[in-house]
Design a protein around this ligand. Structure first.
Ligand SMILES: Nc1nc2c(c(=O)[nH]1)N[C@H]1C(S)=C(S)[C@@H](COP(=O)(O)OP(=O)(O)OC[C@H]3O[C@@H](n4cnc5c(=O)[nH]c(N)nc54)[C@H](O)[C@@H]3O)O[C@H]1N2
Ligand SMILES: Nc1nc2c(c(=O)[nH]1)N[C@H]1C(S)=C(S)[C@@H](COP(=O)(O)OP(=O)(O)OC[C@H]3O[C@@H](n4cnc5c(=O)[nH]c(N)nc54)[C@H](O)[C@@H]3O)O[C@H]1N2
Ligand SMILES: [Mo]
Length: 746
């Protein structure tokens, strides 16, 4: 998220794509409504379903699931035709827009209508609304990302905002509403199997950096792995763990199949292909659930031995920092003592490390408090020491606690403290909060904002991808953060570059000593992001310069599949007429596993499974629903699992509202028995299921399987019992927003 919820108060136009904040982010929705009302901002909602959010829209656009790229290019077609793009912004700050133009040319109004289903007039109206009401924000959520083309989708939406010059300004932004409390913090700190914390990657350099932060020997760290190669190989994402249990060993890029699985705060009914996951759960030798609830792991597989439930307590029963959607941190206090014998996650982790014999290394610089609990302040201090790359380094426990104490001093729109001891700082010190806590950087409310000096929360696009490509400069052209002494683009800073600028003399002796220790025989090569002293950041910032460079944003992401995002039909599509022109990606391998695309799309499933199935959220329940379905007040509000179906489809299939139906999926004889909700909310040919239910399996109640007294109040069939294969080639995010199914009266 480049801006914040609060900053939407500044937006002159608001477009929400594949997000239903009225249900999934009801508090944030209040900020959207403020922006809409105060600025008379058009609110455009792009969704295959007429959602509760769409009910607030000034313009609702119904698209076919899985057609976000052609929709985006269709808008840009009008913008380029009319010269509405921000030409100077593109010239100074964007790389590759001409290649985008060439692709966009193909998406004339006729082709957009054929593929997306939106008439040309509406496309033109929406394009004009966004072009003529600037700055505008583009908000998106899972309707855009949970696709076999998720990464390309996200890039197309970002390109749209770049074309309008909407990135790096208040009221603009690419604002992605995140999911759980602290999901942003989890992503930042290592949940992602492709990287060590703070996006350093998995290279030797990254491991050496973190070994220095953790104060352990790199050689010792390496000895923990089977080989250096495996140490630097991406892991297996939770979307596909059971494939690593089930596939033939020869298809795996690791020694052996997975034999043990930890569900650590994972619902289990939240990944597609549950029939296969169930087999995986039955096949592993060890299954451990670390959760306040027994989860779907209790209800689904038939297994007795080698199964453990470690009772974790919730965030309300422990303390520590959490990171919000807009990159800001808050300090949370313990609200209640852990109930029963449950324990905080870091306690469980410490005990586990102890059993495995590496707790001394793992908790070397973290005090173990009374009751064997690792000190959470020390944990954040360790995070601060290492996460220099994203400026997660300045938010010390002490600073965060001050922010909580002085909440009343912060302005609700600018997020700045306007009075009191924290005057000038942004609430929660949203990252990047550059350098050490002592440097007192105020945090960054709006990313890439050249209107502010770097030391006050300003910035520019980073120079992460080199300085030129095929003879074309990747550096910014005449655009720079306010007060910068370098009035042009520049590469990332190293100690060597600092010397060239003659600024190295401004380092303290201690900072220089740290850099030289890290650099060994090549101190000039030490980059700003591994400089544990943060001296390079401190000195460049004093010159108004951003240490991570000043480059153009890449509209063309060379190095990724489809550097220019192109439309590809979902791998399960009813539109056979489009498959040849817009094929899925060829089968490939990644994340240690085979990855199918084209070979599935080549088979026509649409005769037996003619309806598009999409899935998502209800306001009453959260995620897999184990917690919320166990809450009697919420459980009362949604008592049965259902499928939304259009009245025309329902009448054709002889289905009445409230009646039981079978929803059949295209793989593994998947099926679920649910109630029909006949509604205009979905268009013809599209059905929707919420994914919060569990505890029924293919029509059979599994309640007896839960440990006594631990069964949720409401049980129901899982949508993911029906959803199918499909993974984004970059992230392996699962496709759960566009697959096929067949609905029949039960
Ligand atoms: N009450 C509640 N709130 C939650 C959660 C919860 O479980 N319950 N979960 C939290 C989490 S983890 C997250 S990630 C967020 C998610 O929040 P959202 O992404 O807003 O929620 P979803 O309902 O999954 O999907 C949003 C919309 O995408 C639409 N959609 C489906 N396919 C497409 C498509 O191809 N293109 C487009 N443009 N739209 C499409 C769906 O119709 C749906 O209305 O919510 C968070 N908030
Ligand atoms: N079909 C379909 N599938 C989806 C989606 C969809 O839109 N459609 N959305 C996807 C998305 S965006 C997400 S984020 C995932 C969510 O998938 P999950 O993360 O698997 O779902 P949750 O139910 O939120 O899981 C959280 C679990 O953590 C437990 N828990 C709560 N607090 C704590 C704690 O402090 N410590 C520990 N150890 N456990 C705790 C809860 O009891 C719960 O069992 O689902 C994904 N799956
Ligand atoms: Mo999520």
């Amino acid at each position: 998220m480049t801006n914040s919820y609060n900053d939407i108060h500044n937006s002159k136009a608001i477009m929400i794509m594949g997000g239903n904040p009225a249900e999934a982010h009801p508090v944030s929705m209040q900020h959207v409504l403020r922006g809409k009302e105060q600025n008379k901002a058009p609110l455009i909602v792009v969704d295959p379903r007429f959602t509760r959010t769409a009910a607030h829209a000034t313009e609702y656009v119904r698209i076919r699931p899985g057609t976000d790229i052609p929709f985006m290019w269709g808008l840009l077609w009008h913008i380029f035709e009319n010269g509405w793009e921000d030409k100077e912004y593109i010239r100074q700050r964007v790389y590759g827009m001409d290649e985008i133009r060439a692709e966009v040319k193909k998406w004339n109004p006729q082709e957009v209508e054929r593929v997306v289903g939106v008439p040309g007039e509406q496309m033109k109206r929406v394009a004009e609304l966004m072009a003529k009401n600037r700055p505008g924000t583009l908000i998106w959520c899972m309707g855009v990302t949970q696709h076999s083309m998720g990464t390309a989708n996200v890039r197309a939406l970002s390109v749209f905002q770049l074309a309008l010059g909407n990135i790096g300004v208040e009221g603009g932004g690419a604002n992605i509403f995140r999911g759980h409390c602290n999901v942003q913090g989890c992503t930042d700190l290592g949940l992602d199997v492709t990287t060590l914390p703070a996006y350093y990657g998995l290279t030797e350099g990254a491991w050496r950096h973190w070994s220095r932060v953790w104060d352990v020997d790199y050689a010792w760290m390496q000895s923990r792995f089977e080989s250096k190669k495996m140490m630097e190989t991406k892991g297996i994402p939770s979307t596909r763990w059971f494939d690593a249990v089930l596939v033939d060993k020869k298809d795996l890029e690791q020694n052996d199949n997975v034999k043990a699985m930890f569900f650590w705060g994972h619902g289990g009914n939240t990944v597609p292909r549950m029939p296969e996951m169930r087999t995986g759960m039955e096949k592993v030798e060890l299954l451990v659930v670390v959760d306040p609830h027994p989860t779907t792991a209790a209800a689904l597989p038939d297994r007795k031995d080698g199964t453990y439930l470690l009772p974790a307590c919730t965030q309300l029963e422990t303390r520590g920092s959490r990171t919000a959607s807009n990159r800001s941190l808050q300090w949370g206090d313990q609200i209640v003592k852990p109930v029963f014998e449950s324990k905080p996650d870091h306690w469980i982790l410490y005990k586990l490390a102890k059993k495995l014999g590496f707790e001394k290394e793992m908790f070397k610089n973290i005090k173990i408090d009374e009751g064997d609990e690792p000190n959470v302040e020390d944990i954040l201090r360790e995070i601060n020491r290492g996460t220099i790359s994203i400026g997660y380094s300045g938010q010390s426990p002490e600073r965060l606690k001050e922010h909580m104490k002085h909440q009343a001093d912060f302005d609700i729109v600018s997020l700045r403290a306007t009075k009191g001891p924290l005057k000038g700082e942004f609430y929660g010190l949203p990252w990047p909060c550059w350098g050490t806590p002592e440097m007192k950087h105020p945090g960054t409310h709006v990313l890439y904002n050249t209107h502010l000096p770097v030391k006050d929360g300003g910035g520019a696009f980073r120079a992460r991808f080199g300085v030129e490509r095929n003879g074309v400069s990747l550096l910014a052209d005449g655009s720079y953060p306010k007060d910068s002494e370098i009035k042009d683009g520049h590469p990332e800073f190293t100690y060597g570059l600092l010397k060239k600028m003659g600024w190295d003399k401004e380092l303290t002796d201690a900072e220089r000593a740290t850099i030289e220790r890290i650099g060994g025989n090549n101190p000039d090569g030490v980059g700003w992001a591994i400089d544990l002293s943060c001296g390079i950041i401190r000195v460049t910032m004093a010159h108004g310069v951003q240490a991570m460079g000043n480059a153009k944003a890449r509209a063309v992401a060379f190095g990724l599949p489809d550097p220019v995002p192109v439309h590809r039909e979902p791998i399960y599509t009813p539109r056979r007429d489009l498959v040849e022109k817009y094929p899925a990606m060829a089968d490939r391998r990644d994340y240690r596993l085979p990855h199918l695309g084209k070979s599935i799309q080549d088979k026509d499933f649409s005769k037996d499974f003619p309806m598009i199935l999409t899935t998502g959220r209800l306001v009453e329940y959260e995620g897999g629903g184990e917690e919320t379905r166990s809450n009697k007040w919420l459980a009362e509000l949604q008592q049965s699992m259902f499928v939304e179906i259009n009245p025309a489809d329902a009448s054709r299939l002889g289905i009445k509202d409230g009646q039981d139906v079978w929803v059949h999926g295209p793989e593994n004889k998947a099926k679920a028995r649910v109630k029909a909700l006949v509604t205009q909310r979905v268009g013809q040919g599209v059905v929707f299921m919420p994914f919060h239910f569990s505890g029924f399996w293919q029509g059979v109640d599994q309640r007896a399987k839960y440990p006594p007294g631990a069964d949720p109040i409401v049980l129901g069939e899982s949508a993911n019992g029906v959803t199918s294969y499909g993974y984004d080639p970059v992230t392996h995010m699962h496709e759960n927003k566009a697959t096929l199914c067949r609905v029949e009266a039960a």
